[in-house]
Design a protein around this ligand. Structure first.
Ligand code: NDP
Ligand code: GUE
Length: 345
């Protein structure tokens, strides 16, 4: 049974002196200071278990808030410089989950006024064909952000293809220059990977202090686990990474104040893996098909975790929608840089 508790925070997104939204996003340039969100940050409808309160985080509300602010900004950009941001997506093959993610991304772009185009390539295409598609998008003025939907078929080198994306259009933040800058103190990546940024944004909006907290990230992939652990470190958490070779992972996760799971294995994280009061961010997103049909599920056993956690993101409806809104945010940032448009009249 799900204890549905909507967490939403009407951010002070719009100023009267300037019609642009003031983004509430946590940015790296403020990473060394944790500041409490404006009060009251949350509208909570807490549910009481025997011993404690558990709150479910409504990621859709957070995403809608960010998308509404972006739509205003895109509209303002259109009126002032007659351009709108554009996203180019390269999709190889017809994986069911990739098709679904690309559909979600296109729909989200439409909602805020970003143009999007998808280059579809067959499963058996050559690496050269994918590199050509990336190169064409690199050279296209109306495309400010490029995303190569992962995973790619195994005969293609993801590394080589990601390297080919223009760093200034790398809205996924997966280019080694962007990841490298994320890892290095004092350097600013042009883009932060969307899921990792989504995770921090959710924590911030829920008033979760990160500085000095013990964070455990399960997973170390280049698209989620690794950048999330780097970003949490930049926000001064003490981070431990658990992966497939980790012995007795539950002994490590039980220490966590903040637990982030980026694995893709349903029900990996059980109740006894959690310390009472932990904040759980479930980034897993696996399409499961059984007798009840197809549905998306996370890594965390929700029914068990809800008895231990203080805050928890559900799947679906948790960090996933926030990830998508971060992709839109990065695309708008890319276009603003390309046109050297600051949003000021
Ligand atoms: N919600 C969102 O916004 C997003 C969700 N996702 C989802 O996140 C999940 C992970 O994606 P991705 O990072 O691409 O997946 P990968 O398969 O690339 O990486 C999985 C990671 O989990 C580790 N792992 C695997 N099995 C275990 C285990 N039993 N115990 C501990 N660690 C384990 C792997 O370890 P090792 O390195 O040792 O192999 C690896 O580091 C997927 O469900 C994906 O759909 C992804 C992006 C965004
Ligand atoms: N180049 C690239 N960039 C990515 O960012 C990327 C990728 N490849 N490959 C796959 C993973 C996975 N990922 C998700 C994004 C949103 C949801 C999401 O919005 N999930 C919804 C449910 C989605 C549904 O219902 O199908 C939710 O949790 O509510 C999930 C997973 C991004 N990824």
């Amino acid at each position: 049974m799900r204890r549905a508790v909507a967490v939403f925070w009407r951010t002070r997104s719009f100023s009267s002196s300037n019609c642009l939204p003031k983004f509430p996003l946590v940015s790296l340039d403020r990473h060394d200071i944790w500041y409490p969100p404006p009060s009251p940050p949350l509208h909570l409808r807490p549910h009481y278990n025997d011993h404690q309160t558990t709150t479910e985080i409504d990621g859709k509300l957070i995403a809608n808030d960010i998308k509404a602010a972006l739509a205003t900004e895109v509209n303002y950009m259109k009126n002032s410089i007659k351009h709108v941001p554009g996203l180019g997506i390269v999709l190889v093959g017809k994986r069911k989950d990739s098709l679904s993610f690309v559909r979600i991304k296109k729909r989200a772009c439409e909602k805020v006024g970003i143009t999007s185009e998808v280059v579809n390539l067959p499963e058996n295409c050559t690496e050269g064909e994918v590199l050509d598609a990336v190169s064409e998008l690199n050279n296209k003025e109306s495309v400010h952000g490029i995303l190569v939907q992962l995973p790619l078929p195994s005969h293609l080198s993801e590394q080589k293809i990601i390297n080919a994306v223009n760093v200034e259009k790398d809205v996924d933040g997966f280019h080694p220059v962007n990841i490298g800058n994320l890892a290095m103190t004092g350097r600013e990546p042009l883009f932060i990977p969307c899921a990792s940024r989504g995770c921090i944004e959710v924590l911030h909006r829920c008033g979760v202090e990160i500085i000095g907290k013990k964070a455990v990230v399960i997973g170390r992939s280049q698209i989620t686990g690794l950048p999330t652990s780097l970003l949490l470190q930049r926000h001064h958490a003490t981070v431990t990474v658990v992966h497939s070779s980790t012995k007795n992972p539950e002994e490590i996760t039980r220490e966590a104040d903040i637990l982030v799971s980026d694995v893709g294995v349903p029900n990996l994280v059980l109740g006894h893996w959690l310390k009472p009061g932990v904040v759980v961010i479930d980034m897993g997103s696996t399409l499961v098909t059984d007798s009840k049909g197809s549905r998306v599920t996370g890594d965390v056993c929700y029914e068990e975790a809800i008895l231990k956690a203080s805050l928890i993101t559900p799947v679906p409806g948790g960090v996933g929608p926030v990830t998508i809104s971060m992709l839109l945010y990065n695309t708008v940032e890319a276009a603003k840089r390309a046109y050297q448009w600051t949003g000021k009249s």
